[in-house]
Design a protein around this ligand. Structure first.
Ligand code: UD1
Length: 421
């Protein structure tokens, strides 16, 4: 398994191109199943998760052609409505093929994704939404078997709590429904708006995406479209925090401040300057060290859970004591003990971590169990004294495009060590 070796303590100067958003691209890829015409996506990030979904889509009959950051997806005919365990297990977002297959073919058999390191992550809300639209759902030997007689139907779906995945999944399926589907207490994340805009470009009739109520008036068929994936807000936030940890000044090309929600206020309070220019965001750190700031993760526009690990790394060397509360996932502090191995002072009590900032962390071998946590360790390493080895880089390859190259071009000492164990 590859590792990253990082020698910390060098400020970052230069520019980093922000890639297309992983979490948006994955849902846009799934949207290709809804039409027999080509869907052309640009600004597609080159990531292991996108490759994995491409493989699954190919099995379902989608012709996937990737050239640079452009993907042409043509589902002229659906060859199979079965998404096997092996492909869904490795990446939860694969589950999102269920809705489009059900809407187009009237049936789908998709493996249940199961839990993952950050929590149980059930899909009950997804399934209830499909049932409300007239589908029958059966669970059999780890698979969800969904069927509908004819087209999906009108429904009013009141989500009991906010789910990004369930909102997107219901929206995808509802585009081909016979009638109107209303989603209440919908997620407002920018990826929802991106998906809605792409579906609208394909001929879907969707109103209200980005707000708490989304109305989808089903159409008989969707067409193809050309659509550019929005910039990755999590990658943006992570590199902004890298500047917070290491110091310096970096321009994040293509980044957008409006996608960061409450994180903007927290980062500014911590002592970062974030200025939008014509082609991105200039980030610099005011003093020699950031200040402690309390955060609570919340659905958008609240502070994103996907930036919580990176923020904890930033707070590990901030001046003062901060409190970090995680409210979205039940087990998302696994980076805390790893940061502690580098000298961070973190006390975890249930869903709250109290971080007493220290002047400097020290490099150590560390390992993380998920994508965002791994990025937190990379940030900590950039500010630490000496060398840090971050193990299990495959987590990072799932969601951060050309990470070591982007950091190295700003002066970071980071190297990939190939391993075959
Ligand atoms: C998506 C993102 C992930 C991000 C998360 C929250 C992708 C590929 N992943 O994940 O990076 O951290 O949004 O912003 O876009 N839940 C249920 N039942 C359901 C669905 C969700 O109980 O049917 C729970 C989850 O376990 C979790 C909470 O709801 O505790 C929020 O999850 P959700 O918003 O659905 O996250 P994902 O869409 O899985």
């Amino acid at each position: 398994m590859d590792k990253l070796a990082i020698i910390g303590g060098r400020p970052l100067f230069g520019d980093i191109p922000i890639s297309g958003a992983k979490n948006s691209a994955l849902k846009l890829f799934a949207a290709s199943l809804l039409t027999d015409k080509p869907l052309i996506l640009t600004n597609v990030p080159k990531l292991a998760d996108v490759d994995m979904l491409s493989r699954l889509l190919a099995e379902l009959g989608v012709d996937v052609v990737r050239e640079g950051d452009r993907a042409t997806l043509t589902a002229a005919a659906i060859a199979s409505t079965l998404a096997p365990y092996d492909l869904v297990r490795k990446m939860r977002a694969s589950f999102n093929v269920l809705g489009p297959l059900l809407a187009r073919e009237g049936k789908a058999k998709v493996s249940l994704p199961g839990g993952c390191a950050i929590g149980a992550r059930p899909v009950d809300l997804h399934l209830k939404a499909f049932e409300a639209m007239g589908a029958s759902i059966e669970l059999d030997e780890g698979y969800v078997i969904a069927t509908v007689d004819g087209r999906l139907k009108s429904a009013r779906i009141d989500f009991p709590f906010v789910s990004v995945g369930a909102t997107e999944h219901a929206m995808l399926a509802a585009t081909l429904a016979d009638g109107e589907v209303e989603l209440n207490n919908a997620a407002c994340e920018p990826e929802i708006v991106d998906l809605a805009n792409c579906l609208i470009a394909m001929g879907a009739r969707i109103e209200g995406a980005g707000g708490q109520t989304i109305r989808i008036a089903g159409v008989e068929a969707l067409s193809g479209a050309t659509y550019e994936v929005m910039p990755d807000r999590i990658e943006t936030g992570a590199y902004a925090m890298a500047v917070g940890v290491a110091g310096g000044e970096v321009t994040l090309r293509n980044a957008r401040l409006d996608l960061l929600g409450a994180a903007v206020g927290s980062l500014r309070e911590a002592g970062l300057s974030l200025e939008e220019t014509g082609d991105g965001l200039v980030v610099s750190r005011a003093g020699s060290r950031c200040r402690a700031v309390d955060i609570v993760t919340k659905p958008f526009p609240g502070f994103p859970t996907d930036l919580q690990a990176q923020f904890m790394a930033l707070m590990a060397t901030a001046d003062g004591t901060s409190s970090i509360r995680e409210t979205i996932f039940e087990n998302r502090f696994m980076h805390a003990p790893e940061l502690a191995r580098m000298g961070a002072k973190i006390a975890v009590n249930g869903q709250t971590a109290t971080v007493a900032g220290v002047a400097r962390l020290k490099g150590a071998p560390v390992m993380a169990t998920d994508l965002r946590a791994s990025m937190g360790l990379i940030l900590a390493a950039l500010g630490a004294e000496g060398q840090t080895i971050v193990n299990r880089v495959y987590h990072l390859d799932r969601g951060f495009e050309r990470l070591e190259e982007k950091l190295a071009r700003c002066g970071a000492l980071v190297e990939r060590v190939r391993g075959d164990d």
